[in-house]
Design a protein around this ligand. Structure first.
Ligand code: FAD
Length: 425
């Protein structure tokens, strides 16, 4: 993957080095169209939205602001943790996006005044916009679980934002002795990718079964049930015997605090000492959404589901994990679908048309072994002012033969290529 050039106060990626003054008023965009759209966050939601905007109307001046020069994708990162894939396979640069005529700014957005339509970058430069799209993903909460702060995450990784944390968890598993206990702490919803902890537990079990068979995975869960539970539990029985144990919230599985000095995880019913502790804390929308005033008491961003317009601040749309998507699970697949629908809504609004009612397709694969996966699909539309599932588009059968599980594992890899290609390729 090609990384971006080092970011300096004067560097804008897109083949154009621009001064701070030209950043504030992108001349090319203004000459072609009155509309300047700034997208904050170059993940699955933001990158796909920026691209879709340019595809709908190449005259739009689209700027994508992303603080990291390289994006590291979460889907597939559980395979990295299990040693089945390299972290590099998760990484994508922004060169192709820049080459498509989008101005990519490799800096963090630090301040937003939505009313004044003004955004400030980390180096103090300011940008003006006609419409803002916020797609900052999640912030891991370091104030929600006693004992779990940023320092604790370096001992007990969450690995809920892919990158260093993913690699750290992988290294800890490699260093663990055979016979060790890996504890996964799972929070309540809403959270990024609700089925991913169970996929992770499965793939860790795959690694342990092959390399450290006397070890165990213990899931401490703040939920009673989860999506595709029967499929997961069947797979655990079939593939991993007694290697995975889960304690649900009714059985006392909710984690109430952690002690990183002893790698201890405390629940309502007892303490568990982990050899490797993967603590996934509660989450909220990326910090910039709060700074912009777009979050409510839940920590997420309420939106009008027909246009993704913020209900709290003007001139602003919110997509991806950061928004309150109602019945849509927070996933890359949903983020990508929201991105395209939001781009279409913005283009309609700019040309004075009524946006079409979005119909979003969400698709989720769960890989429990290299040749064993199953999936879940849904269709979502606005209903009573939030997104609701209007059609269950299908789930893998509980009693499917192994050949079908293997085909779904292959389809999952294909899905990853397609969705990353659409966003970054
Ligand atoms: P992100 O992908 O997090 O992107 C947000 C971007 O915004 C980041 O690049 C960040 O650097 C940038 N940003 C934030 N703040 C600022 C700022 N102030 N200035 C500039 N840039 C900023 N989903 C699936 O569909 N299928 C799967 O199989 C799947 N597996 C997963 C496995 C795991 C272990 C996890 C944790 C998640 C998984 N997901 C999966 C969920 C998926 O990764 C997320 O739903 C998706 O990444 C959300 O996209 P997003 O664009 O909203 O946020």
């Amino acid at each position: 993957m090609e990384a971006l050039r080092p970011v300096t106060r004067r560097t804008v990626v897109g083949g154009v080095a621009a001064s701070a003054a030209s950043l504030a008023l992108p001349r090319l965009a203004r000459a072609q169209s009155a509309a300047r759209i700034v997208v904050v966050g170059g993940g699955f939601a933001g990158a796909a939205c920026a691209r879709a905007l340019r595809q709908i109307d190449p005259k739009l001046g689209v700027t994508l602001i992303e603080s990291n020069p390289t994006y590291t994708a979460c889907p597939g990162s559980n395979e990295v943790i299990a040693g089945l894939r390299d972290i590099e396979a998760q990484q994508f640069g922004y060169d192709r996006i820049a080459a498509s005529g989008i101005t990519v700014v490799a800096q963090a957005a630090t301040k937003i005044d939505a009313q004044a339509r003004n955004l400030t970058l980390a180096d103090g430069t300011s940008l003006t916009f006609d419409r803002l799209v916020l797609a900052p993903g999640i912030e891991v909460r370091f104030d929600a679980l006693p004992g779990y702060d940023e320092a604790a995450s370096r001992k007990m990784p969450h690995a809920w934002k892919a990158g260093e944390q993913t690699v750290l968890l992988r290294r800890q598993l490699e260093a663990m002795e055979d016979g060790g206990v890996v504890v996964l702490a799972v929070p309540a919803n809403p959270m990024r990718c609700p089925p991913a902890p169970y996929e992770r537990a499965s793939l860790i079990a795959h690694y342990l079964k092959e390399k450290k068979p006397r070890s165990k995975v213990l899931i401490l869960d703040a939920k009673d049930s989860f999506a595709q539970q029967k499929l997961f539990e069947n797979a655990w029985k079939e593939l991993y015997g007694g290697l995975i144990e889960r304690i649900s919230i009714s059985q006392g599985g909710r984690v109430t605090s952690v002690d990183p000095s002893t790698n201890t995880i405390v629940t309502e019913f007892g303490d568990y000492k982990a050899d490797v502790a993967n603590v996934i804390p509660p989450q909220r929308a990326g910090r910039i959404a709060e700074i912009a005033g777009a979050t409510d008491h839940t920590g997420w961003c309420p939106i009008d589901p027909s246009t993704f317009a913020s209900k709290l601040v003007p001139n602003t749309h919110v997509i991806g994990d950061a928004c309150l998507g109602g019945g849509i699970p927070k996933s890359a697949s949903a983020a990508s679908a929201q991105a395209k629908a939001c781009a279409a809504a913005i283009a309609s609004l700019l040309s004075g048309k009524t946006p079409e009612t979005p119909r979003l397709a969400g698709f989720c694969y769960n890989i429990v072994a290299p040749d064993y996966a199953f999936s879940l699909a849904g269709i979502y539309q606005p209903k009573d002012d939030i997104f609701a599932e209007v059609e269950a588009a299908g789930t893998s059968p509980v009693d499917a033969p192994r050949e079908q599980r293997a085909r779904e594992a292959e389809a999952a890899r294909q899905w990853f290529k397609t969705i990353t290609g659409e966003a970054f390729g």
